[in-house]
Design a protein around this ligand. Structure first.
Ligand code: ZN
Length: 285
């Protein structure tokens, strides 16, 4: 599969289906992304870099069909021009699989970073933000909301995405706040995975013996399988993020979970196993 090719066939976990929707391919520069360990990263993984020394990552959202509802996990970088990012293509990706914004019942946020809330709103006719998914309820962890929507963070110029893509949801009464392991339905449950942000959650999927985990930003790159302590510059608590990441990797290896990682190279779906004492990623597609 080429990097940009949409995977139009969903991956199934029991009765739950997961369809990856690429919002944007991203090229990562370790000197900005992991400044503390950039030299080591390049030394060990430089063979995976392109001719400019950049590494493939993705911004992938996931469409989950569970218990009769259509759920979108995160909404990408979105349609606005953001420094350091390409403009997002989630709208085209939805269209390519025959879906409209009105088909989404629930939008679930793993956290509220700029590359996860982008399509919540689009600029309306007068430039003010208009909620893009007309029927959807937006599900957010209370701790995550309280952290980012505190007046001192909301006012920071670089946090315009919070004012444009998050605040309007509350103004329209579209947010459902949840805490900790609140189940979304009989198959989907929140898995608290703090560190990257204070209220960061993964989404656990369970149907009978089958298990999966949509990890949000608990890990950004497969290199972290070997170096879970390589926390990116924007982990709010890099030590806790590393502990959380290591624990998730171990759980995925032990339980044979379907591993779903939106920033790993698209589509970011596979399994983690151990080979010769090392954790290894086996992509499904
Ligand atoms: Zn992210």
């Amino acid at each position: 599969m080429s990097y940009d090719a949409p995977l139009t066939r969903p991956v199934n976990i029991g009765s739950v289906s997961i369809l990856p929707l690429l919002d944007a391919p991203v090229l990562m520069d370790p000197r900005h992304f992991l400044p503390a360990v950039a030299g080591e990263f390049i030394q060990e993984f430089g063979h995976e870099a392109d001719e400019r020394g950049l590494f493939r990552m993705s911004i992938t959202c996931y469409l989950v069909r569970s218990a009769g509802r259509t759920v979108l996990i995160d909404t990408g970088i979105g349609p606005r021009r953001r420094p350091g990012f390409p403009v997002g293509g989630l709208a085209s990706a939805l269209d390519a699989v025959g879906l409209k914004p009105a088909d989404i019942d629930l939008v679930v946020h793993t956290h509220l970073h700029i590359d996860h809330v982008g399509w919540n709103t689009v600029p309306g006719g007068d430039g003010s933000p208009s909620v893009y998914f007309p029927r959807a309820e937006f599900v957010v962890q209370e701790a995550e909301w309280e952290y980012w929507m505190a007046p001192q963070r909301l006012a920071v110029p670089e946090n315009s995405h919070l004012r444009e893509c998050v605040a309007p949801l509350a103004a329209e009464g579209r947010v459902r706040f949840v805490t900790d392991e609140t189940p979304l339905d009989e198959h989907l449950v929140f898995v608290p995975t703090p560190g990257h942000t204070p209220g960061h959650v993964a989404i656990g999927i369970v149907d009978g013996p089958e298990r999966g985990l949509i990890i949000g930003d608990a890990s950004h790159h497969p290199a972290q399988l070997i170096h879970p302590d390589w926390s990116p510059a924007f982990d709010v608590d890099p030590v806790l993020a590393a502990q959380t990441r290591d624990a998730l990797f171990e759980r995925a290896c032990t339980e044979g979970l379907t591993w779903v990682a939106g920033h790993w190279p698209y589509p970011g779906i596979g399994r983690l196993t151990r080979r010769e004492g090392r954790r290894v990623y086996e992509p499904l597609a």
